[in-house]
Design a protein around this ligand. Structure first.
Ligand code: HEM
Length: 135
């Protein structure tokens, strides 16, 4: 991990937290507009789903220096996602829309370094989830 990745991700996430409800609504809206085939996978209420997603990102961000502490949790999350019908190619769609949403919400604060930092964290997260889905 780049030495500044954790602080860059934390800094931008701190700006998102106060506006997380709006940002999450925007995120799922964009996701379903762009990839309508993903909509039927979500059975529950999207507001509640967004809260769970935010809590999980909080956990991941709190453990960036100690990924091994959350690895089992993330692998289990990945295996549940396989049960929801999520496929490996869906992770790239999710990331593209997530980064776009962050860029929209943060404007100039979401510079190239912040974007690269999020990409790095998301990449590790989705690989760990997919590893969990595989066994
Ligand atoms: C990579 C980062 C992701 C994180 C941190 C994440 C997090 C979560 C969390 C915390 C839940 C709540 C249920 C549970 O804990 O099992 C959930 C549910 C779900 N997620 Fe994700 N997710 C991610 C990626 C994706 C992707 C790529 C998709 C593909 C479309 C997806 C689709 C879903 C669906 C369909 C549900 C079930 C919701 C329902 O039945 O209402 N997630 N996710």
């Amino acid at each position: 991990m780049h030495p500044d990745t954790a602080s860059r991700v934390r800094q931008s996430w701190a700006l998102i937290l106060p506006q997380r409800k709006t940002v999450c609504r925007d995120f799922y809206q964009r996701l379903f507009d762009r990839y309508p085939e993903l909509r039927p996978l979500f059975k529950g209420e999207i507001g509640q789903q967004a809260d769970l997603f935010v809590t999980m990102i909080n956990t991941v961000i709190s453990a960036l220096e100690h990924p091994e502490r959350v690895r089992p949790l993330i692998e289990t999350l990945g295996s549940r996602h396989a049960d929801y019908g999520v496929q490996s190619e869906d992770y790239a769609k999710f990331e593209a829309v997530l980064l776009e949403t962050l860029r929209e919400a943060l404007g100039d604060e979401f510079n190239a370094e912040a974007q690269e930092a999020w990409h790095e964290v998301f990449e590790t997260l989705s690989q760990t989830m997919q590893a969990g889905a595989a066994h």
